[in-house]
Design a protein around this ligand. Structure first.
Ligand SMILES: Nc1ncnc2c1ncn2[C@@H]1O[C@H](COP(=O)(O)OP(=O)(O)OP(=O)(O)O)[C@@H](O)[C@H]1O
Ligand SMILES: [Mg+2]
Length: 442
């Protein structure tokens, strides 16, 4: 499940609850509904609720009683009151008790959405609608709205409690380690260790001792017993990072330990059983490496029961603006500054740039801007290599699919005319409607 803010809906009218429920789904909130106060209290006691929307006129126990109860037991949960019978006295009373907004039926969807945003912002849960959005597209810190990322969130959910080996592939900076950690820390064994090993950086002469540990006196310098990565990760997850860059020697040792689920410390004869989950990550093409004999095929099949591929950022353009907002908010907050403003033409440049360093590059870039700039970002702050991306990609071997090229060209034209869509459509020789359709493809 993608984490969402939860809203408890309380109304005796079944129809009203149904409308509210649909509205909540549309806004991206998670609705929990009931038609009576006693159930509402039980839900509050057993579920994490971020907002309560309640009617006042409910038979038997009234909404006012619920608000009173909440003021004593759940005073930090914001309340939005909806009622069909406006009554000044009630309104004053519920406001005194801590209800933050009061909406009179019938109301429109827009009025409801505005009231919710206001309540959240007043209670400090979320500052504005974009924050509600961020929460919806934030899976334990991994940001993404694109179809690829939503699928990835589902895969993590499905596989987290399974101990099957997972191989995560993707270019540098796409978030492979983040995904590995998300799997571990959302699993049933999250309190067991997560041990990360950079397979390319294990010194050859210490290989076995690093992986499996050594006993005192095993070799010169082994002054004490020391456990290896396998024992350290026992019960939890061993994350084999950059597995594609491991030497054949390392691969042979790993294969044996993974296959047998046991290790022997250097200088010892005792066999130790280990029980762990292996998650590995690589930005190399292991299939090709198997063909050229630089990666062991038998190890590959031990590692890849589940394969998670994280596409590069340029293939999920829909996530770019979301990530920009996320890092803009994160680093501005950290620096105690106001968030930066990006014009739509600058966003277009970001959308058409290829981001060879993926999310890491984007994160660093926004972080730097937040430090250097105050609120306003201008075209001069955007480096030329980002603006030049279209001409570059046509004169080297970095060819892209036609549709991607078209998107980039549209972005370039849009930024050249300050995002004036009428002008852009004129230059492109298409009507505004077609331009709108093409922009939606992203
Ligand atoms: N979807 C995402 N949402 C938020 N932050 C992300 C996302 N993807 C990556 N990042 C951030 O980008 C940076 C790089 O992520 P990570 O180290 O997981 O990438 P990687 O694929 O392991 O890279 P490398 O191959 O270079 O080791 C980290 O700071 C991480 O927090
Ligand atoms: Mg990494």
């Amino acid at each position: 499940m993608i984490s969402k803010l939860s809203v408890l809906l309380v109304d005796d009218s079944h129809d009203m609850l149904e409308i509210l429920r649909r509205n909540m789904n549309e806004i991206g909130l998670n609705p929990v509904a009931t038609n009576n106060i006693m159930d509402a209290i039980e839900i509050l006691e057993n579920t994490e609720i971020d907002l309560v929307i309640t009617d006042l006129n409910i038979p038997e126990v009234s909404g006012i009683q619920l608000i009173k109860y909440m003021s004593q037991h759940f005073s930090s949960i914001p309340i939005l009151v909806i009622t069909g019978y406006p009554n000044v006295q009630d309104a004053v009373e519920v406001m005194k008790l801590g209800a933050m907004e009061y909406l009179i039926k019938p109301f429109t969807f827009d009025e409801l959405e505005d009231a919710i945003t206001k309540v959240f912002s007043q209670s400090g849960i979320a500052i504005d609608a974009t924050e509600i959005e961020t929460k919806r597209d934030n899976f334990h810190g991994i940001i993404g709205r694109s179809e690829a990322m939503q699928k990835l969130f589902q895969t993590i959910d499905k596989t987290k409690n399974n101990r099957a080996s997972v191989l995560i592939t993707g270019e540098s900076g796409t978030g492979k380690e983040m995904v590995a950690r998300a799997i571990h820390y959302n699993s049933d064994y999250s309190s067991a260790p997560f041990v990360s090993v950079n397979c390319a950086a294990i010194p050859e002469n210490l290989l076995e001792s690093e992986l499996f540990g050594h006993v005192k006196g095993a070799f010169t310098g082994a002054t004490t017993n020391r456990i290896g990565f396998f024992q350290a990760a026992n019960g939890g997850t061993l994350f084999l990072d950059e597995i594609g860059n491991s030497s054949l020697n390392v691969q042979a040792k790993l294969l044996r330990a993974i296959q047998e689920k046991e290790v022997v410390m250097v200088g010892d004869t005792k066999v130790q059983k280990v029980n762990l989950r292996i998650i590995s990550a690589t930005n190399s093409n292991l299939d090709e490496m198997i063909q050229s004999n630089s990666f062991r095929e038998d190890l590959y099949y031990r590692l890849n029961l589940i394969i998670i591929h994280i596409p590069p950022l340029r293939e999920r353009i829909g996530d770019i603006e979301l990530l920009i907002n996320f890092f803009n908010q994160k680093y501005s907050k950290e620096a105690g500054k106001k968030t930066l403003n990006f014009s739509s033409s600058i966003i277009e440049i970001f959308n058409s740039y290829t981001w060879p360093g993926n999310v890491r590059e984007l994160e660093n870039f926004i972080h730097r801007l937040v430090i250097m700039k105050d609120e306003k970002v201008t075209m001069e702050d955007i480096p030329n290599y980002m603006k030049m991306v279209i001409s570059n990609s046509t004169n080297d071997s970095n060819f892209v699919p036609l549709i991607e090229m078209e998107q980039k060209y549209i972005s370039k034209v849009l930024s050249a005319v300050n995002n004036n869509k009428t002008k852009a459509a004129e230059i492109l020789g298409i009507d505004r409607k077609t331009l709108r359709e093409k922009l939606k493809i992203k």
